[in-house]
Design a protein around this ligand. Structure first.
Ligand code: C2E
Ligand code: CA
Ligand code: CA
Length: 527
C-alpha cells in the first residue's frame, strides 16, 4: 500500500511531462511559422514599395533606393535586380554578386506575380530564401534574399540552450533550414505547423529525456511528498486498532458476537376473536448495562455495512430457540420478521430460512417475512424471484408500511405477496379523513380479490378497532393491545390468553371474551 502513492505520483509526472512536452513543441512550431510569415510579409511589402518607386535596373539612383530599403527591412541580406535570364544583375551592395542557383520555388497565396524561392549562394552553397516580384516597367525582377536563420531564431522557454530541433521546408519538401542540435534521440515530442500563405512548414522535435531532466526538481519534490504520504499511510495503519474502538460498525459487530441483539415480540391480534395470531419480531440492542436501543438507531448502519444479514440470522435463531416450545401446542402462531432491501437481491435469505427453521418446531408455514414499501427495491425482478422461492417453501411474504411509501398498488400487484400491512398513517386517519377511509376500503377490496390477508398497524384506541372491524379487517397490532414485548413477557401473555391445556384451533371462538387491551404496556412504549 505504501508503494501506491509513489506509483500514482510517477503516473502523474509522466502524464504531466507528456502534456507539457506536447504543448511546448506545438507552441514552438506555431511561433516559428508566425515569425516567418511576419518577416516574409514585411519583406514583400518592402519589395512592393521599391517597385512602386520605379526601381527596375542597376542604375545608381535605383541602387540607392534598394540600399535604403535594405536599411529599413532588417531580416533582408540583400535586395537585387534579376535579369530575364535569371542571373542576378546587381545588388544593393553595388558589387556584382556571385552565383545564385534556384533549388526550389513555390507560389505565394494571393500574389500571382510573386514567388518564394530557395537559392544556393556562392561557392559555399549557403541556402537562402528569396522573394521575387516583377519591376513595373521592364522584364527585370526585384528580389530580396533572407537568411533562414533569421526565420528560425530558436528560443528556449527555460532561457538556457536550445534543446529542441526546428526544421523548415518549402511546400515541395526542400529543406530551407534547421536549427538546434543536429542529432536527436528517437524518443521525442514532435509537432508541426504550416504557413498557407508562403507554403512553408515547420517541424519541431524535443527529446523526451530533456523534459524529464527539466522536471528533476519536481520529481524529487514529488517523491518526497509521495514518500511522506506512504509514511502517513503506515502511521494510519498502525493507529487503526485504536481508532476503530469508536467505530460504530465495529461496535455493532462486537455486539453481534456478544449476542446483544435480541427479539422483542409485538402481538398481532385477531380482532374478531381477541386471540393472539402471532407476533411481529422487532429487534432490540440490549446493552450489557441493560439499556435498550430501538432499531432506528442501528438498523440503517447495519444495512449499509452489510452486517444486517448476519444479524437477521442471529435473530431468527433466537426466536426459534425461545419460542420453539410454545409453538408445539400452538401451531397457528405466526412470526413476522422485517427484511431489508438487500435480502431481495439474491437467494441467500431462502437458504438461511430453510437452514434455520427446517426440522425446528416452528414450521416454515408459520413464518412471515416483511418487505417494506418505504424504501424502493433496486431490482424488482430479483425481488419477485426471491419472494416466489420463499413462497415455494411455504413461507408467507408481507408488504409492510403500505401507503407510507411511494410505490403504491402496482408494487403490491407486481410482487405477488400474501399479506399487506396497512401503515399507521391510514389507521390514524380512519374516521377523520375520508380519503384514508376510501384507500383502506380499496386495499380491502384488492386484498379480497387477490386472496391476500390484511394486518392493520399502529392501532392505538378502541374507536380504531371498531372501525377496522366494520370494514372487515381481522388482524391488527398496536399499543392498544400491547407494545413490543421481551420474549419472556410474550410467552406469559400467550400462556395467559391461550393456556396449553385448553388450546383451541384459532378458527374456533375465543375462550376468553374480547377484553382489550390484552397486555398493559410494559415500561416505555418504544421499548
Ligand atoms: P415496522 O416494521 O413498521 O415496525 C413497527 C414499529 O411501530 C415498531 O417500532 C413498533 O414498536 C412500532 N409500533 C407498534 N405499535 C405501535 C403503535 O400503536 N403506535 C406507535 N406509534 N408505534 C407502534 P420499532 O420496533 O422501533 O421498529 C421500527 C422499525 O425498525 C420497524 O418498523 C422496522 O422497519 C425496523 N426493524 C425493527 N426490527 C427489525 C429487524 O429485525 N430487521 C429489520 N431489517 N428491520 C427492523
Ligand atoms: Ca414491520
Ligand atoms: Ca410497519
Amino acid at each position: 500500500m505504501a508503494a501506491a502513492p509513489l506509483a500514482v505520483f510517477k503516473l502523474w509526472l509522466d502524464d504531466y511531462v507528456r502534456r507539457e512536452g506536447a504543448f511546448e513543441v506545438q507552441a514552438a512550431a506555431n511561433h516559428a511559422v508566425g515569425l516567418a510569415e511576419r518577416r516574409l510579409g514585411m519583406t514583400i511589402d518592402e519589395l512592393d514599395k521599391v517597385a512602386a518607386r520605379g526601381v527596375a535596373s542597376c542604375r545608381n539612383d535605383h541602387l540607392e533606393v534598394l540600399r535604403s530599403a535594405n536599411f529599413s527591412a532588417s531580416p533582408v541580406k540583400e535586395f537585387s535586380i534579376i535579369g530575364p535570364d535569371g542571373r542576378t544583375l546587381c545588388s544593393d551592395l553595388g558589387a556584382a554578386p556571385g552565383e545564385r542557383a534556384v533549388v526550389a520555388s513555390g507560389p505565394i497565396a494571393g500574389r500571382a506575380d510573386a514567388a518564394l524561392e530557395l537559392v544556393q549562394v556562392g561557392s559555399r552553397q549557403e541556402r537562402f530564401l528569396r522573394l521575387r516580384r516583377p519591376t513595373i516597367t521592364g522584364a527585370n525582377v526585384l528580389a530580396a534574399l533572407l537568411p533562414p536563420d533569421l526565420l528560425l531564431t530558436p528560443i528556449s522557454a527555460a532561457g538556457g540552450p536550445v534543446l529542441s530541433q526546428t526544421q523548415m521546408r518549402l511546400a515541395g519538401g526542400a529543406i530551407v533550414g534547421e536549427a538546434g542540435p543536429a542529432a536527436l534521440p528517437t524518443e521525442s515530442f514532435v509537432a508541426s505547423a504550416r504557413s498557407e500563405r508562403f507554403g512553408l512548414s515547420v517541424m519541431v522535435l524535443l527529446p523526451r529525456s530533456v523534459k524529464f531532466r527539466q522536471h528533476q526538481d519536481l520529481e524529487s519534490i514529488g517523491y518526497m511528498i509521495a514518500g511522506a504520504m506512504a509514511l502517513l499511510l503506515f502511521g494510519f495503519a498502525a493507529l487503526r486498532p485504536r481508532r476503530t474502538r469508536d467505530n460504530p460498525v465495529v461496535e455493532i459487530e462486537k455486539a453481534l458476537k456478544a449476542g446483544e441483539f435480541v427479539p422483542y415480540y409485538q402481538p398481532v391480534i385477531d380482532i374478531t376473536t381477541a386471540r393472539i395470531r402471532g407476533a411481529e419480531v422487532l429487534m432490540r440492542w440490549r446493552k450489557p448495562d441493560g439499556t435498550i436501543i430501538p432499531p432506528g438507531h442501528f438498523i440503517p448502519l447495519a444495512e449499509s455495512s452489510g452486517l444486517i444479514a448476519e444479524m437477521m440470522r442471529h435473530l431468527m435463531r433466537a426466536v426459534r430457540d425461545e419460542m420453539g416450545d410454545a409453538v408445539i401446542d400452538r401451531p397457528f402462531l405466526r412470526f413476522g420478521f422485517n427484511l431489508s432491501a438487500c435480502h431481495f437481491r439474491d437467494d441467500s435469505i431462502v437458504a438461511d430460512v430453510r437452514e434455520i427453521f427446517e426440522g425446528s418446531t416452528i414450521r416454515l408455514a408459520q413464518l412471515v417475512l416483511e418487505l417494506t414499501e418505504r424504501h424502493p427495491l433496486d431490482n424488482l425482478t430479483s425481488a419477485r424471484r426471491v419472494i416466489a422461492a420463499l413462497q415455494g417453501l411455504g413461507v408467507k411474504v408481507a408488504i409492510d408500511d403500505v401507503g407510507a411509501g411511494h410505490s403504491g398498488l402496482s408494487y403490491i400487484l407486481k410482487l405477488g405477496v400474501d399479506i399487506i400491512k396497512i401503515d399507521k398513517i391510514f389507521i390514524d386517519a380512519l374516521g377523520h379523513d375520508s380519503n384514508s377511509t376510501t384507500i383502506i376500503e380499496t386495499l380491502m377490496d384488492l386484498a379480497r380479490n387477490l386472496r391476500m390477508d390484511v394486518i392493520a398497524e399502529g392501532v392505538e384506541n378502541f374507536e380504531q378497532v371498531v372501525a377496522l372491524r366494520e370494514r372487515g379487517i381481522r388482524a391488527a397490532q398496536g399499543y392498544v393491545f400491547a407494545p413490543p414485548l421481551p420474549g419472556s413477557a410474550f410467552l406469559q401473555l400467550i400462556e395467559a390468553t391461550d393456556p396449553v391445556a385448553s388450546v383451541q384451533e384459532a378458527t374456533l371462538p375465543a375462550r376468553r371474551p374480547l377484553a382489550l387491551p390484552l397486555a398493559p404496556p410494559l415500561g416505555p412504549r418504544a421499548a
